[in-house]
Write a protein that binds this ligand. Structure first.
Ligand code: HEM
Length: 504
């Protein structure tokens, strides 16, 4: 009886998915024909396997990693064009890489497109119901509270703490060079960049409680790596976990919550005398939650805990990975290192960026923009149609998952010209709108109402980090570097970035 019931429910869901497909097909959207129950999963696996066999590590910049990491999406794009539909068993997906539709999505101001619930469900212990995972009014409300902390004037005030967080990395690399005889050394940059990024966020979020913040983030990192061990999590292909892992996740979850809550209580006591309150992100979220009728007293604790976790998750790895790709590309292009060195010497007093000079680092900005064009760490913009929604001339039925593949858009020769696969930061000299046929063709921070909240924060942090590193050291790629972008929720260098550095 149980087996029959489960099978019946499964078939019902499968028929629902077929209905969604039919609604899309009736609008002229084609796609690979799905098989009974499993949709296109078998074909996806087969194409992936084939791509693995033919994978080459020889090209670096010209290498478009979508053809190796998501070869089925690339394969179907060549067959069905920039808009097509496919299925993973019970889920019907809509691939949208057509510029006009991406523009339409960017302009849509609706709560009917949200984050894909099945994808974020697996991340629930990490994200709770915070701003990344929430949809509808709860999302809108959280975003309203958090966004002001990331406005440019606020972020500029954080340049000092960003410089402070980078100094230990500079000292460490100098010490390594010294220990290797004073000339040059081989460095694996990824771990050190990650430490800087975590440190910056801990300071920005927790201010005076920074030491506690570091402890919380160390636990969150363990939680994150325990949850995200398989890329299948994104496509809902592999969500199975051992009981022991589940137990570890819930223990870590409890420990993190307790630590955050201890910090909040400490802060509340500090703030009895309101004038001495520090207005860091933690304080802002705290006030937003406690003063707000929408959140309510009972859930304010969860609101604070969830959003601290969200900021860490969203901002820590993304920035560190972008910095790794930047160093990899700069190592290949020493000419751009020299240009940055000249710019920093001209713009920054004593070689240290500050709130005033940060907006004058034009070359550094161009290099970061070009890096995020070729190697955007977030590979997708994904949405679920929570209600039937019109995007341009397509009526997307409720329940369909929409995917825009960022790196494909960023290497489209129709948008970027025939040199789309080359590293040419100068294309950004007059801004994004002149570099690309349309500004919506460049979306490393996503698009529309859910555009990355930490965009300013990330850009300023990357500018500080790069200007400090490049003005102190020159570097080239180590022969041990193996180019292999890997997808682990974000696209990162599988074996890290290894460089030979020397002091200038
Ligand atoms: C280079 C670094 C970064 C990249 C490439 C990046 C990219 C992205 C992308 C692609 C999204 C999804 C947007 C969408 O669905 O349309 C996103 C969302 C988000 N990011 Fe970032 N991000 C970066 C750094 C940061 C930092 C430093 C923070 C905070 C400290 C942050 C906070 C967030 C938040 C809170 C969201 C969720 C926004 C929402 O759903 O309303 N990000 N980011």
């Amino acid at each position: 009886g149980v087996v029959c019931y489960v099978f019946h429910q499964y078939c019902k869901s499968w028929l629902k998915s077929r209905r969604l497909r039919r609604k899309l097909c009736m609008q002229g959207i084609r796609g690979p024909p799905p098989s009974f129950l499993y949709g296109n999963v078998a074909e996806m696996q087969q194409i992936q396997l084939q791509a693995k066999k033919t994978r080459s590590h020889s090209e670096i910049v010209g290498h478009d990693y979508t053809s190796t990491l998501f070869p089925y999406l690339d394969h179907w794009r060549k067959e069905y064009g920039q808009i097509y539909t496919y299925s993973t068993g019970l889920r019907q997906h809509l691939y949208v890489n057509d510029l006009e539709l991406v523009k339409e999505m960017n302009q849509l101001n609706t709560l009917h497109l949200g984050k894909a619930s099945y994808m974020t469900k697996a991340l629930r212990p990490m994200l709770g119901n915070g701003v990344i995972r929430a949809n509808g009014h709860l999302w809108a409300h959280q975003r309203k509270i958090i966004a002001p902390e990331f406005f440019m004037d606020k972020v500029k005030g954080m340049v000092g703490l960003m410089v402070e967080s980078t100094e230990p990395l500079l000292k460490k690399w100098e010490t390594i060079i010294e220990a290797e005889g004073g000339l040059r050394a081989e460095i694996n940059v990824d771990g050190d960049l990650r430490s800087v990024s975590a440190d910056v966020i801990a300071r920005a979020c927790f201010g005076s409680s920074y030491a506690k913040g570091k402890e919380i983030f160390a636990k969150l990192r363990t939680l994150q790596t325990t949850i995200i061990n398989k890329p299948g999590i994104v496509f809902g292909l592999n969500n199975s976990r051992f009981l022991s892992t589940k137990k570890k996740i819930s223990t870590l979850e409890r420990e993190v919550e307790l630590l955050i809550w201890e910090t909040v209580e400490g802060r509340q006591q500090e703030c009895v005398d309101k004038s001495s309150c520090q207005k860091d992100l933690m304080q802002l979220i705290l006030e937003g939650a406690v003063n707000d009728a929408y959140v309510g007293k009972a859930s304010s604790q969860q609101f604070i805990v969830d959003n601290c976790k969200n900021i860490y998750f969203a901002g820590h790895e993304t920035t560190a990975i972008t910095a790794s790709w930047c160093l990899m590309l700069l190592a290949l292009h020493p000419g751009w290192q020299s240009r940055i060195q000249a710019e920093v010497a001209q713009v920054c007093k004593n070689g240290l960026p500050d709130a005033d000079s940060i907006s004058r680092l034009k070359t550094v900005t161009m290099v970061i923009q070009e890096t995020m064009r070729l190697y955007p760490p977030a590979a997708f913009v994904s949405r679920e149609a929570l209600k039937e929604t019109r995007i341009g001339n397509i009526l997307v039925p409720k329940g369909v998952f929409i995917w825009t593949l960022i790196p494909t858009l960023h290497r489209d020769p129709d948008l970027w010209g025939p040199d789309a696969n080359e590293f040419k930061p100068e294309r950004f000299i007059n801004g994004v709108s002149k570099a690309c046929k349309s500004p919506q063709g460049y979306i490393p921070f996503g698009l529309g109402t859910r555009l990355c909240l930490g965009k300013n924060f990330a850009m300023v942090q990357l500018k500080v980090l790069l200007s400090l590193i490049v003005s102190r050291f020159s570097f080239s790629l180590s022969p041990s570097y193996r180019h292999s972008p890997a997808f682990r929720m974000l696209v990162e260098p599988e074996h890290g970035v290894c460089i030979h550095i020397q002091r200038i």
